[in-house]
Ligand binder design. Structure first.
Ligand code: CA
Length: 261
């Protein structure tokens, strides 16, 4: 199963991960003030069992996870969306992980990428693409280890990244997860917070319902669902002030926009 390109059966993979349960439990028992909370992780991996396992595990560690299952969609999402860390499998349909890595390195050199690789696959082939933003994890790996690597990348990235968002009259502290409007504290649920952060990171741009679903809920919903509209409603109500509606605009049949166009 270490052979490059070998498909690891889900069962064997899950078994290989099993001994890490204890470590994962330890990791999730860390203090609540987790700087990783809400960080957007893009997982580019074609094996459904690994996608499910990693997604559930990382969400359990407080990350928001979006998954793409081929190299083309993965690269597009990494370039178009707000992503904090990419977790990239090398053996992918559509476009190989190495091609995706090269494209990301070119277009977003500061975007941290953690490459998932079979043992021995990486040394000769990826050396030329190496940069400070690339880390490697050899399969089979533990979720605790992946989570730790992601946090390490986030810490490095955060040295040059603001921990606060401010737009219109709304301030968000990404570390403490505190939100204020015109200085008044606003108490949001975890989902409402993710939704607000996603809208603010894309302020001035119309964000479609499907993009919001993927970014905030992290999986492909029934497109007919109205969950986005429902949560926009919650968020607006909480951000609203007596003489000032929330700065979230509806763009009919397209989506929502935070702030002015
Ligand atoms: Ca693969």
């Amino acid at each position: 199963m270490e052979h490059a390109g070998a498909r690891v059966p889900t069962g064997a993979y899950a078994d290989a991960m099993a001994p890490t349960g204890e470590r994962a439990a330890t990791a999730s028992a860390e203090p609540v003030a987790n700087p990783a909370a809400g960080a957007q992780i893009l997982l580019i991996e074609d094996e459904p069992g690994i996608v499910d396992f990693v997604r559930r595990g990382l969400e359990g560690h407080g990350f928001s996870v979006r998954a793409e299952t081929d190299g083309i969609a993965g690269e597009r999402t990494a370039l178009a969306q707000s992503v904090d860390v990419v977790v990239l499998d090398l053996m992918l349909p559509g476009r190989s992980g190495l091609e995706v890595l090269a494209a990301l390195h070119e277009a977003k050199p500061e975007l941290p990428v953690i490459v998932l690789t079979a043992r021995g696959e990486v040394e000769d082939r990826v050396a030329g693409l190496d940069s400070g933003a690339v880390d490697y994890l050899v399969k089979p790996f533990s979720l605790a280890e992946l989570s730790a690597r992601i946090r390490a990348q986030l810490r490095t990235a955060s040295l040059g990244t603001p921990t606060r968002l401010e737009a219109e009259d709304v301030e968000v502290d990404l570390l403490s997860r505190k939100v204020r409007r015109q200085g008044h504290p606003v108490a949001l649920s975890a989902t409402e917070f993710e939704l607000l952060v996603h809208l603010m990171r894309n302020r001035g741009r119309v964000v479609g319902r499907e993009e919001i679903l993927s970014a905030v809920w992290g999986y492909q919903h029934d497109p007919a669902t109205n969950i986005v509209d429902v949560y926009i409603g919650y968020l607006r109500r909480k951000l609203r002030l007596p003489d000032s509606p929330a700065p979230i605009h509806t763009v009919r049949s397209v989506g929502y926009r935070f702030g002015r166009a």
